[in-house]
Ligand binder design. Structure first.
Ligand code: NAG
Ligand code: NAG
Length: 147
């Protein structure tokens, strides 16, 4: 291959890679993935959708550099993930892994955070500021027409 072709292949690969790395979900796409692939209980689904909407606008690569929160559900590096290249803290995870398009680890971690706060306050959702501010009412419209 000519140097130019090599460069072209490299750039195309890079674009593909970046696309795989980050993802902005459509509303029902996320609702279906959470329920069908990650077994979020039906009774909690609309509330999780509301939280994801207000925390990240369904953008898996969302990052708050001020508070140190990562991904769809803005998981905190203070307690739950290591903001370095080695997994650590409560979810034994790398924070950067919460910003890719594979949300399996994010979901495992939010289930853990939820359980912890359920014990602490009687409502696991209290861990999320977005919940307190926006998601305490009826959230059915976040899953409307999806199933
Ligand atoms: C998703 O979040 C990333 C990181 O904050 C940002 O660079 C990107 O523009 C966002 N995508 C959309 C479609 O908002
Ligand atoms: C985070 O990762 C760094 C290495 O990058 C390591 O030194 C440190 O111990 C880790 N922290 C935790 C809490 O696991």
């Amino acid at each position: 291959m000519s140097p130019f072709s090599k460069l072209l292949v490299f750039l195309v690969s890079l674009c593909v890679l970046l696309q795989v790395e980050a993802k902005v979900f459509k509303r029902c796409e996320l609702a279906k993935e959470l329920k069908n692939k990650h077994h979020i209980p039906g009774s909690q689904l609309a509330t999780w959708m509301c939280i994801a909407k207000y925390e990240s606008d369904y953008n898996t690569s969302a990052r708050n550099t001020k508070t140190g929160d990562h991904g769809l559900f803005q998981i905190s590096q203070i307690y739950w993930c290591n903001n370095s290249n080695k997994p650590g803290k409560g979810c034994n995870a790398k924070c950067s892994d919460f910003r890719n398009n594979d949300i399996r680890d994010d979901v495992a971690c939010i289930k853990k955070i939820y359980a912890e706060h359920q014990k602490l306050s009687g409502n696991g959702f209290n861990a999320w500021v977005a919940y307190k501010n926006h998601c305490k009412g009826n959230n059915d419209h976040f899953i409307k027409g999806c199933f």
